[in-house]
Each structure stands twice: as C-alpha cells, then as structure tokens.
Design a protein around this ligand. Structure first.
Ligand SMILES: [Ca+2]
Length: 251
C-alpha cells in the first residue's frame, strides 16, 4: 500500500474543514440575523415614509396657519378700523352730549325760576288783603269800627289785636270828624263781618253819618251814607266773604 503525503492531506482537509466550518457558521449567523436585517430595513422605510407624511402634514398645517394668520391679521385690521370709528363717534357723542347737558342745565334753571315765579304769583293770587276804613264827618261823635273774622274773633278799639289771629285795628279815633282803620294783610277764607257802633254823641245830637270802604286785592267796595242813630248799638254794615282763591264777595 502506497503511503500518501499525510502532511498535505491533513493540511488540505484541515483547511477545507476550517473554511467549510467558517462558511457554515457565517451562513448560520447570516440566517439567524437575516430577519433582523429585513426588519430593520422595513422599519427604516416605514419611518422615512412616516416622516415624509409628517413633513407634508406639517407643511400643510404651516400653510393653513399662515393663511389663518393672514386672515386673522386682516380681521384684526378691520376690527381696529371699526374700533377707531366707534371711538370717533363716541367722542362726537360726548361733545354733543356736553352741549346738551349745558342746555338741559340752563332749561332746568329757567324751569326752577319759572316755578318759583309761578308759586309767588299763585300765593299772591291765592290771598287777598282786607283794608276796612270808616270815616265820619259829623262833629264830636265817637264812632267805633268792629270787624269779626271767620273764627269769631272781634277786633275793635278794645281789642286792636288778638293773640293768634292776624289783623289789627290800626287807627282809632274818639272825636268826629274821625277815621278808624282795620287791616289784614292776608285774609283767610271765610266771612268777615263789619259793624259800626256809635259809642257816644258827646253833645252833638245829630245822627252820625259814616262811610265804610273795603279795599281788597281785586277792588274797592264802598258803603256810603250810613246813618247811626242810637248810641251803644252795633249796626251791621256788610259781610265780606273771602274765597279760598282770594276773591271777595259782599252777599
Ligand atoms: Ca272810635
């Protein structure tokens, strides 16, 4: 049996084994790792596609946002213009209201004055004064004027004034020719009775003759040639009836 070169065979076999083994191991490793390579490759692609999609969306969103911003800017400009116009109108309104306010204040002042004048006029119209005079020409006679107001208070030389009652016998005379005066600046409504009393003839036997005048807001009433015959006897001359509005009648 022929001997073979063992060193060469061994070497060749060993190299083949090694190469085959290494190749096998490499293949095995490649096969094992192949899914990962494929998976990683697919993930990258998907990520790229996703990123591209997101970039497109972001670009679209940016475009929309820019359009919205332009629209908003336009609206803001319009709103600013409207606000300016409204402010101008408000300023004009305030100016015109200032004028109106002064006009109103003037009118109120005029109204207050007119009301005050009306009240004064009304007060004057609502009241009358009464001035009653008696005048006699006969010598020596003492004639007395008596006026009884609506409450029954009787004014005369004995009671020229009466506490709590307006009116006054302001002039008293005891010798003829003579004159007596009773005055009331504001006559309340009611009946005022006017009487004369021949207090004394004082030696003059004639009848006393007198004239009574009643002066009031709206006129004068005169009662002439009143003859007084009896001493110490009151004689009714007239009744002055004063109304709530200051009118005077002599019923
Ligand atoms: Ca008298």
């Amino acid at each position: 049996m022929k001997r073979r070169d063992r060193s060469i065979n061994i070497f060749n076999l060993s190299m083949l084994d090694v190469i085959s083994g290494a190749l096998g191991a490499f293949l095995i490793i490649m096969i094992i790792l192949m899914p990962y390579y494929e998976k990683e490759s697919i993930d990258y692609q998907r990520i790229i596609e996703q990123l591209q999609t997101e970039v497109r969306r972001a670009q679209e969103a940016a475009a929309e946002a820019q359009a919205a911003a332009r629209a908003a800017e336009s609206r803001a400009s319009e709103a600013e213009a409207r606000a300016q116009a409204a402010e101008d109108q408000l300023t004009q309104l305030q100016e015109s209201m200032g004028d109106a306010g002064s006009v109103i204040a003037d009118l109120r002042g005029q109204l207050a004055e007119a009301e005050a004048r009306a009240r004064t006029a009304e007060e004057k119209l609502g009241f009358t004064y009464l001035l009653v005079t008696v005048k006699w020409e006969t010598e020596k006679h003492d004639v007395d004027l008596h006026v009884t107001d609506p409450t029954g208070a009787e004014f005369s030389y004995e009671r020229a004034t009466i506490p709590g009652r307006p009116g006054e016998l302001s002039l008293d005379d005891v010798d003829g020719p003579g004159m007596e005066v009773w005055v009331l600046d504001r006559a309340g409504a009611g009946r005022y009775t006017i009487e004369l009393n021949l207090y004394g003839k004082k030696g003059n036997p004639e009848n006393a003759r007198a004239t009574v005048r009643v002066l009031y807001r709206d006129g004068v009433k005169e009662f002439e040639n009143i003859v007084l015959t009896r001493e110490q006897t009151k004689q009714r001359v007239a009744v002055a009836e004063v109304g709530a509005d200051g009118t005077v009648r002599f019923p």
